[in-house]
Design a protein around this ligand. Structure first.
Ligand code: TRP
Length: 336
């Protein structure tokens, strides 16, 4: 398992809340198929979560098991996918320290993701240094596993770019290809909007459907979904662009022909919101029921979940420590 010729793929999630449908469409679904063809690592990024939650470590700690439960419930197989915990991998902060010498503060401040997040969090000039530097820590995550494929949402693409800049500088300084460059794998399904029609589904925006939602919560969320505000009567022609119900159907309906047919009828007039919503609800209930059931079974044995994370972390420690040794040697760090 440790050695394999498969391309290495790494992704991670900050454990700040339960995972939701946006995660499912944007990355979890992908990961379930990638584990068949790639050597896959999934990092529970609790250290990164602390970069903007340092005053609420409880939240981060609690959600580690929750996120692991979500992984296993959607079908990640711990034999094929190594699930590991960031804060238990000491090679990562060591690599981060070394990489920081190859990045300027100005470059970090220009990182579009960081820029947007600084705005969103209202840091102003008081940016925690740990937060500003998290792209470097993420470069450490990616390179420590020598991942060449990183499936992420569009908003994370600048992180991969910044990672590759660091990789090139470290390799140049080392005079050898110590680290491989990585490619972002951005799903063509695009990003799932929030139920309120906002561009992004996010727990903090309160517009998410969590993977563990109950049947009632699911029904409620679909009922509340933003459609076409001008589509007042079923007989009116309706817009399908910017219509959350159709965005979800596009991303999740098993039969694209059916979706096209619904769209045509909706645009022409004569198809009511309730009918389309009822169909979407059916699809979502069918998708989430087995995930919820599996999660319920797994929840009964938290000890087993912790053991799974521990085993994955042991494997990850071996690999990341080896990379750290190579980088230290490449960069000419004294070896005792
Ligand atoms: N920054 C990612 C996010 O917020 C999480 C993450 C941490 C990650 N380390 C990673 C993603 C390494 C890909 C690879 O979603």
């Amino acid at each position: 398992m440790l050695e394999s010729n498969r391309p290495v793929v790494l992704t991670g999630d900050r454990p700040t809340g339960p995972l939701h449908l946006g995660h499912y469409v944007g990355s979890l679904k992908n990961r379930v198929s990638l584990q068949e063809t790639h050597r896959q690592f999934v990092l529970i990024a609790d250290s990164q979560a602390l970069t903007d939650n340092a005053s609420d470590p409880d939240k981060v700690r609690r959600n580690i098991v929750e996120v692991a439960l979500d992984y296993l419930a959607v079908g990640l197989d711990p034999v094929q996918t190594t699930i590991c915990l960031q804060s238990a991998l000491p090679a990562l902060p060591e690599l981060t320290m070394l990489y920081l010498n190859f990045v300027t503060v100005a470059r970090l401040e220009r990182n579009p993701t960081i820029k947007a997040e600084i705005q969103l969090r209202g840091f102003g000039r008081d940016i925690p240094a740990g937060f500003l530097c998290y792209p470097v820590a993420q470069a450490a995550d990616i390179t420590a596993f020598k991942a060449t494929v990183v499936p992420v949402g569009e908003d994370q693409a600048p992180m991969i770019e910044q990672t590759n800049e660091i990789v090139r500088r470290v390799n140049r300084q080392s005079g050898a290809q110590v680290l491989p460059e990585a490619t972002a794998l951005i799903p063509d399904a695009g990003r799932l909007p929030g139920v309120d029609g906002k561009a992004k589904m996010s727990k903090s925006l309160g517009n998410a459907i969590s993977l563990s939602a109950s049947p009632d919560q699911l029904r409620d969320a679909v009922r509340r979904m933003y459609t076409d505000p001008d589509h007042l009567k079923a007989s009116d022609p309706g817009k399908t662009e910017g219509n959350v119900v159709f965005a979800y159907l596009d991303a999740l309906a098993p039969d694209p022909v059916e979706v096209e047919d619904l769209k045509t009828r909706y645009r022409a007039g004569g198809l009511g919101d309730m009918v389309v919503k009822r169909r979407l609800e059916e699809i979502l209930q069918a998708l989430l029921a087995p995930i919820r059931e599996r999660r319920r079974q797994l929840e009964r044995d938290v000890g087993h979940i912790l053991a799974t994370i521990r085993q994955g972390t042991d494997i990850a420690n071996e690999i990341t420590m080896r990379t750290l040794a190579e980088v230290k040697s490449g960069l000419g760090v004294f070896s005792l």
